[in-house]
Design a binder for this molecule. Structure first.
Ligand code: NAD
Ligand code: UDP
Ligand code: UDP
Length: 321
């Protein structure tokens, strides 16, 4: 069942990114006016090309570290590189977009009395000492490591959201998103699902970091977008934070095996060093999302992988192999 809503002016920051583009498409399909604001750091015009002919859709090239004056009813704040290779490329900018970006979007929400949803992350739990992770767990985050620009930036953004809520009565919603995948990811995204699929399809070695026994839980993008929309439309008093993710845990070695099976690839496994501070396990407790939003993922990992493999097959074919 999908939530029915219509006719609002919705700002999606990071709207040309992987999740953002799916969200823009979903909101347009609901009859909203969508303003996609993106600086195209990791986002791609191709992600939103199919939306440009829709008269309800508008794109503005803008870095949300700078103020933005627009009149809107809702803000989905997704702007921030999400793949470790991208967010570690310019770590200062990563913290800036999370912190300065949040301040600007919260200032905007305050001025126009818009509802604002933050795309937070399971990374706020760091390398968790509690498993699975519930929203009341405060996390285990290294404040000075290579991942800190992202983890601490997102943690500070959550702080800002709750302080604007308490101090200025801004209507906030905070989603802690766990690993999400699906069609629309860039070939060069660098995250595990896209890396493994592209490597398998090209017959290149599958790069398994560490011993491959670390775990993640992978949510298909359509399910995630449904969760974001339900959270935005949830009753005023419900702020979250709420975990949105797939409550099925997978090791990276198992993910590699499944992708090899589904693609029929002969790629070999190539073991590489585990990146610094790479969380050893991650699994959402989604009781709160089930209770408050009536939400849980419906697309099984295998089905989601098949659809994503189909997408990358087409991308690679179009790119000439
Ligand atoms: P993505 O990198 O594909 O998209 C991020 C988008 O933000 C890109 O279009 C990029 O160009 C844009 N952007 C970056 N800096 C900006 C700036 N300063 N101003 C304007 N736009 C800017 O990543 P994604 O996977 O689509 O993630 C979207 C959001 O969801 C991010 O905030 C991310 O932290 C969060 N999230 C994603 C996942 C996941 O598994 N995909 C998990 C947890 C949280
Ligand atoms: N801001 C914005 N758009 C608006 C209103 C505010 O980008 O429509 C930015 C502005 O740059 C400001 C920030 O949001 O610095 C925080 O706004 P707030 O009103 O909380 O604080 P102040 O204006 O006092 O800095
Ligand atoms: N990973 C891997 N090979 C890759 C890319 C990632 O084994 O080519 C591992 C990585 O070390 C991590 C997991 O897969 O343990 C998920 O990594 P990703 O970058 O997708 O997301 P995150 O670490 O932010 O959850």
């Amino acid at each position: 069942m999908t939530v029915r809503i219509s006719g609002k002016r919705v700002l999606v920051t990071g709207g040309a990114g992987f999740i953002g583009a799916h969200l823009c498409a979903r909101l347009l399909a609901e009859g909203h006016e969508v303003l996609c604001v993106d600086n195209f750091y990791t986002g791609r015009r191709a992600n939103i090309a199919h939306l440009l002919s829709n008269p309800l859709f508008e794109v503005q090239r803008h870095d949300i570290c700078f103020p933005l004056y627009v009149e809107i009813d809702q803000i989905y704040n997704l702007a921030c590189p999400a793949s470790p290779i991208h967010y570690q490329f310019d770590p200062v900018q990563t913290t800036k977009v999370s912190v300065h970006g949040a301040i600007n979007m919260l200032g905007l929400a305050k001025r126009v009395r818009a509802r604002i949803l933050q795309a937070s992350t399971s990374e706020v739990y760091g390398d968790p000492l509690v498993h699975p992770q519930r929203e009341d767990y405060w996390g285990n985050v290294n404040p000075i490591g290579l991942r800190s620009c992202y983890d601490e930036g997102k943690r500070c953004a959550e702080t800002l959201f709750f302080d604007y809520y308490r101090q200025n009565r801004v209507a906030i919603k905070v989603a802690r998103i766990f690993n999400t995948f699906g069609p629309g990811m860039s070939i060069h995204d660098g995250r595990v699902v896209s890396n493994f699929i592209v490597q398998a399809l090209k017959g290149e070695p599958i790069t398994l970091y560490g011993d491959g026994e670390q775990t993640r839980s992978f949510c298909y993008v359509d399910d995630l977008v449904e969760g974001l929309v339900r959270l935005m439309e949830s009753p005023e008093g419900f702020t979250g934070p709420v975990n949105l993710g797939n409550p099925v845990e997978t090791t990276m070695a198992d993910l590699a095996r499944r992708i090899l099976e589904l693609t029929g690839s002969k790629s070999t496994l190539e073991y590489k060093p585990l990146p610094e501070d790479d969380p050893r396990k991650r699994l959402p407790d989604i009781s709160l999302a089930r209770k408050q939003l009536g939400w849980e993922p419906v697309v099984l990992l295998e089905e989601g992988l098949k659809r994503t493999i189909g997408y990358f097959e087409e991308r690679l074919l179009a790119a000439g192999g």
